[in-house]
Design a protein around this ligand. Structure first.
Ligand SMILES: CC(C)(COP(=O)(O)OP(=O)(O)OC[C@H]1O[C@@H](n2cnc3c(N)ncnc32)[C@H](O)[C@@H]1OP(=O)(O)O)[C@@H](O)C(=O)NCCC(=O)NCCS
Length: 148
């Protein structure tokens, strides 16, 4: 697999919003269309389509906002959705590592992520990707951190 992160364009928008979950579907993560709306109103958001060669396989959105009042929102992963058919093949881990690389490029030493606790959530995935819980719970979600 040649997994890369690419910017959203008019050409790949349809593929991005087709990634799960669908709007209205019960999920621990927001639909991509909602994340893109958030990115439109939050210029610090950093949305990227994850592609395997030319195939869209996921979506990741980071946030780089050093001035945020909320420490957990200053640098880190805001959203991550991997296409159902692409799960379990390292797509999520690769996206995390590419966000980590972007954080290093920005001179940062730490990123955060927040996840919904529970068996249906992505906790095990984030622990395997090197995040550790800070002990903080924000808006009902566990805050995890990782040195970069
Ligand atoms: C969670 C998610 C991003 C994982 O993506 P993925 O591409 O399937 O994960 P990877 O293949 O990179 O997995 C990396 C490791 O985490 C493990 N892992 C992934 N999802 C897991 C899960 N749900 N439960 C337990 N372990 C999991 C993998 O087995 C792998 O472990 P290994 O290193 O021992 O082989 C994906 O399942 C997803 O999009 N879920 C729905 C949305 C979501 O929860 N997003 C995160 C909220 S911010």
């Amino acid at each position: 697999m040649a997994l890369t992160l690419v910017e959203l364009t008019p050409d790949n928008l349809d593929a991005a919003v087709a990634l799960p979950p669908k709007p209205g579907e019960r999920s621990t993560v927001a639909p991509v269309v909602y994340s893109l709306a958030e990115a439109y109103v939050n210029p610090t958001a950093w949305p990227r389509l994850i592609v395997d060669g030319d195939d869209p396989v996921g979506f990741v959105m980071a946030n780089w906002n050093p001035d945020s009042d909320i420490e957990a929102f200053r640098a880190g992963i805001w959203r991550l959705n991997v296409a159902d058919a692409a799960r379990g093949r390292g797509v999520g881990r690769s996206a995390v590592e590419q966000v980590v690389a972007e954080a290093r490029r920005r001179g940062l030493s730490r990123i955060t992520v927040m996840w919904v606790p529970g068996e249906d959530g992505p906790e095990e995935f984030y622990l395997k990707c090197g995040f550790t819980p800070t002990g903080e719970v924000l808006f009902g979600e566990v805050v995890g951190e990782r040195a970069v």
